[in-house]
Design a protein. Structure first.
Ligand SMILES: [Zn+2]
Length: 161
């Protein structure tokens, strides 16, 4: 598909495995909250370590995390689910995450100084990919975040390849 060849120039970034290793080893998140492994009974929550949804009963951590590429008043810290134990990470960094592509997303663009540049609602992964390409083609956009529609929680980052 044409969209795949265009998408191959992009990099879809989960929370880096090295950062998660440090957080798990420390036993606290970057906000100082103690880590509490817990099952996710219903499943269906986006995992920021491997960019798919939880399966019912999977062990997760809910951690506070500040995503990359923001600065000043736009630097935000928010809640994200990650696997309680190290997982395989995200295996296809040049593809829009297939396990999240059915979800609506807000695509938030940030400039080189970490200030917000735009925010666009996308109905699914295919629409989001088109929005990502359009935003990253702008000279004032350095990277984009994909975020949940209702709560605004961070899912992943996309940068030019
Ligand atoms: Zn994972």
């Amino acid at each position: 598909m044409a969209t795949d060849s265009i998408a191959s120039t992009l990099v879809f970034e989960p929370i880096p495995a090295g950062e998660l290793d440090e957080i798990r080893a420390a036993g606290v998140d970057e906000a100082g909250n103690r880590l509490t492994p817990q099952p996710d009974p219903g499943g269906g929550n986006p995992l920021r370590c491997c960019l798919r949804e939880t399966r019912p009963g999977e062990q997760v951590l809910l951690i506070a995390y500040a995503p990359p590429g923001t600065a000043g008043a736009y630097a935000e810290r928010g809640p994200v689910f990650v696997h309680a134990e190290p997982c395989g990470g995200y295996a296809t960094p040049h593809r829009y995450p297939p396990g999240l592509s059915h979800r609506q997303q807000v695509v938030r663009a940030y400039d080189q100084d970490g200030q917000i540049a735009d925010g666009i609602l996308a109905g699914d992964g295919e629409q989001a990919l088109a929005v990502i390409q359009q935003l990253l083609a702008r000279p004032d956009v350095a990277l984009v975040h994909l975020r949940n529609v209702g709560y605004g929680c961070y899912n992943f980052t996309v940068r030019p390849g």
